[in-house]
Ligand binder design. Sequence first.
Ligand code: ASP
Length: 424
Amino acid sequence: MGLPTKILIGLLSGVLTGVVANALSLNWLKNILQALEPLGTAWIQGITMVVIPLVVASLMLGTASLGDLRKLGRIGGKTIGYYMTTTAVAVMIGLGISNLVRPGNGIDEATRNALSSRFEQDAVGRVDLAENAPGVVETLLNIIPRNPVQAAAEFDLLALIFFTIVFGAAISTLEFKKRDAVLGFFEGINGASVVVIGWIMKLAPVAVFALIAPIVAQFGLDLLRSLLVYALVVVAGLFLHVLITYTSAVRFFARIKPRTFFSRMSSVPLVAFSTSSSSATLPLTMETAEENLGVSKSVSSFVLPLGATINMDGTALYQAVAVMFIAQIYGIPLGVGEQLVVVMTATLASVGAAGVPSAGIITLIIVLNSVGLGAHVQAGIALILGVDRILDMLRTAVNVTGDLCCAAVIARSEGELELPDRGV
Ligand code: ASP
């Protein structure tokens, strides 16, 4: 049995156990599931532990082996262009369906007030977090780390990518003896990271169970009912984005059969779904790109860490639907101009969101403010918080799928995609 199947079994049995505990109100089972949660958290911490050594070693090797800085610039330009375009398409899909279905229209005032007051406190915390976020200039300046060790310690991937590329490029100019000494070291670290990922992934099915079951057990089904249309619009949008945008990119640009692509990378969205974190999934994403899809190291080591940080199609699409939903509930019409602003700000806000759980709901506040919904930020966020966890899982699965599509497309365009005969 392959890894994706094992993870899927863990996931489904977790969902099933959670549903039983929830539907029958079995408190003893809920307590047991809750007690298992630290197992899942330990596992997430374990894979996250590999991210920094893996990204630095692999990107150092990738950059040094490019041998040509112009090539790096070209790959960088294409990658960012691809990421921005697909994210904007995702937002447009989200807006399109929200205009069609109008999910906010079915919510009466009593439900609105009940939901808002239930999550009021939680919403206040999120709004505070957003208010303390740095501005655009500061964010750009922060890409250049004053201290790379600090960037690593703070898990600031963008700054770390910048540092590593500069040093990788510098290493490639060194004389043979010095260059080999440094690259040999990073090859060792890279190899060791891959071994550790292998160990950690063996525990994935159990960990996924421990992560999912308590969430499902706690989930208020009544909440889902009142926010069902909204949640379904997000799900339908995500589905369409995968079906239309990704399938076309894979078929026409990466020139891989979509079925082959999706079956070889399926463990990545499953892990992203279970962890709600693109960053925690990154080691598996990189390994899958290289081993199962045959993407070269120089492409995957650059495109994927960058993608985990700046490419969030699922998040942007979700933000578009959430903004429309909140606007519809408060009876504030958003015209074409405002919806164009949503396309721009949701695309940029998803760049600013970190690849960690719930990051998208914090940057959603920026998008709400950009179209004059500032007065409804707190109540609006409170309104949708109840189903945010489940939507976070789904949008994260889409985010990482988008990263992998991009890696395949860019690798193909560089002549650096060699699909292995069989998936690993
Ligand atoms: N959890 C998402 C991710 O890691 C970000 C978000 O939408 O909250 O990709």
